[in-house]
Ligand binder design. Structure first.
Ligand SMILES: Cc1cc2nc3c(=O)[nH]c(=O)nc-3n(C[C@H](O)[C@H](O)[C@H](O)COP(=O)(O)OP(=O)(O)OC[C@H]3O[C@@H](n4cnc5c(N)ncnc54)[C@H](O)[C@@H]3O)c2cc1C
Length: 429
């Protein structure tokens, strides 16, 4: 990904720099250019063009959001579906379908190629190493230094760098795959499967665990797979549910906000899910998730992450029906409830699918910690993400906001965040 147009000079000040090249960065750049960008945009994409979610080549790894809701633009959620239909007009595709994530990777590459053709975009496959102030308090500006040693200056910077590296858990045992997506998306030469008489252990029973199991079968592993998780239950599956009426939704939200504690939320949800379709109850909360999250105090938010987050994820991030059916059909697969002891080395390979670690500490890259030390970013109250103290000149997209925000990583949230930042920046340009 390199648009090395000679009209860009490294001594100029870019009005906007975007750091991060996958879904969130692409949404921001595409939206910014669509609105008729003012001046050149610098885009440092890093080395991963589509991100771990959409880098999979396995056709059985499906989106968990219907195609009609996955468009890159807040005002055009159908854009991805339109693109799929344009590419294959003879294959009728319903907006409710869960298509392979690989197709979403293709969509991101298509948006990136269109953006790169724009004369205002300076796109470079570089990684940001550090950032320091280069302006004044009245007119902030930033000097950006890439890992490769190139230096740029930008008036405003948006970070779309996804999840930071997870805190290292455990030892460096090569039979324990701590990052299953890197294993799957990386070169095939690095993926040696055990023999079929051996066993694979999968830690977790959420969407990642289900995809890993399906991916292992697609890759040809025919042996026994044992899954182990705290709940001992797979993620719930998608199924049609009549949405709540406006009155039902309003009464549900009001009842939740009456008792903003984990216990209160759980009791209210159980009560409503007892008389209404539970999927519709969960889905009705999505537009209100930030209000509900903010209504919890910090102690309750911590409690939620410790005790309710896995339950929430199981019901909220549901498996596409085809994924759930593959899991049901797998006769050599079992799921147990329990915790893994690292000393248990019966399995030839262990895949750690216990989540992206959103709720636990992460090792942040230097460019972010530098900004936090300078007081430009504040750690969220839970200490697991950041809030910008200078949103007019530095802002954040996606998982970097976790803690201060709750639902912040899926496509519908990312494109809304990008549009909101651009609204603010163009108003004050
Ligand atoms: C397996 C999986 C499946 C998912 N499925 C769905 C789904 O079906 N629907 C949905 O809505 N959401 C889904 N999600 C949520 C998903 O997180 C988001 O949709 C999206 O992929 C997040 O993208 P991102 O750009 O914020 O971060 P990432 O995908 O993590 O990308 C980060 C980018 O930043 C770059 N970068 C990192 N550090 C630097 C640096 N220092 N300098 C420059 N660049 C840097 C990287 O190269 C990369 O380009 C899924 C997530 C996972 C893990």
């Amino acid at each position: 990904m390199d648009s090395s147009a000679s009209q860009f000079s490294e001594t100029q000040e870019y009005p906007v720099a975007v750091v991060g090249g996958a879904a969130a960065g692409t949404f921001f750049v595409a939206e910014w250019l669509r609105r008729g960008a003012v001046g050149p945009v610098l885009w440092l994409t890093g080395d991963d063009p589509v991100g771990v979610a959409y880098g999979t080549r396995c056709e059985a790894h499906l989106l968990n959001v219907p195609a009609a809701k996955m468009g890159a633009f807040a005002d055009r959620p159908q854009d991805f579906l339109d693109r799929l239909r344009e590419r294959a007009p003879s294959e009728p595709l319903q907006g409710t379908e869960f298509v392979p994530r690989r197709l979403y990777g293709d969509y991101l590459r298509h948006l990136q190629a269109s953006a790169r053709a724009h004369p205002s975009l300076h796109c470079l496959p570089l990684s940001l190493a550090d950032i320091e102030p280069a302006g004044t308090a009245a007119r902030p500006s930033w000097r950006l230094r890439s890992v490769e040693g190139r230096v740029f200056q930008a008036r405003r910077v948006v970070f779309a760098t996804g999840l930071a590296e997870a805190s290292v858990r455990g030892d460096d045992d090569p039979t324990v795959i701590r990052d299953p997506w890197r294993w799957f998306n990386g070169p095939a030469s690095g993926r040696k499967l055990p023999a079929d008489h051996e066993e694979i252990l999968v830690l977790g029973s959420g969407l990642t665990a289900m995809d890993v199991i399906i991916g292992l079968r697609e890759a040809g592993f025919g042996g026994r797979i044992r899954a182990l998780s705290r709940s001992g239950r797979w993620s719930e599956r998608h199924a049609a549910a009549e949405p709540l009426t406006d009155a039902e939704r309003a009464s549900l939200v009001a009842a939740l906000l009456e008792r903003p504690t984990c216990r209160g939320y759980l009791a209210t949800l159980r009560r409503h899910a007892g008389r209404l379709p539970w999927r519709a109850v969960i889905d009705a909360l999505r537009p209100q998730s930030q209000a509900l999250w903010s209504a919890l105090d910090t102690t309750e938010q911590r409690r939620f992450l410790r005790h309710l987050f896995p339950i929430w994820n199981r019901h909220r991030h549901r498996a596409p029906p085809r994924t759930a059916e593959s899991i049901d059909r797998d006769a050599a697969l079992s799921l147990e409830r329990g915790r893994w002891h690292p000393a248990d080395r019966r399995a030839a390979l262990v895949f750690d699918c216990r989540g992206l670690g959103l709720a636990t500490g992460r090792r942040w890259p230097r460019c972010l910690t530098t900004l936090a030390e300078r007081g430009v970013l504040a750690a969220s109250a839970l200490g697991i993400g950041f809030v910008s103290r200078q949103p007019d000149s530095i802002d954040l997209l996606g998982a970097l906001r976790f803690g201060a925000e709750f639902e912040c990583t899926a496509v519908p949230e990312l494109r809304a965040q990008a549009a909101a930042i651009i609204d603010g920046w163009t108003r004050t340009a």
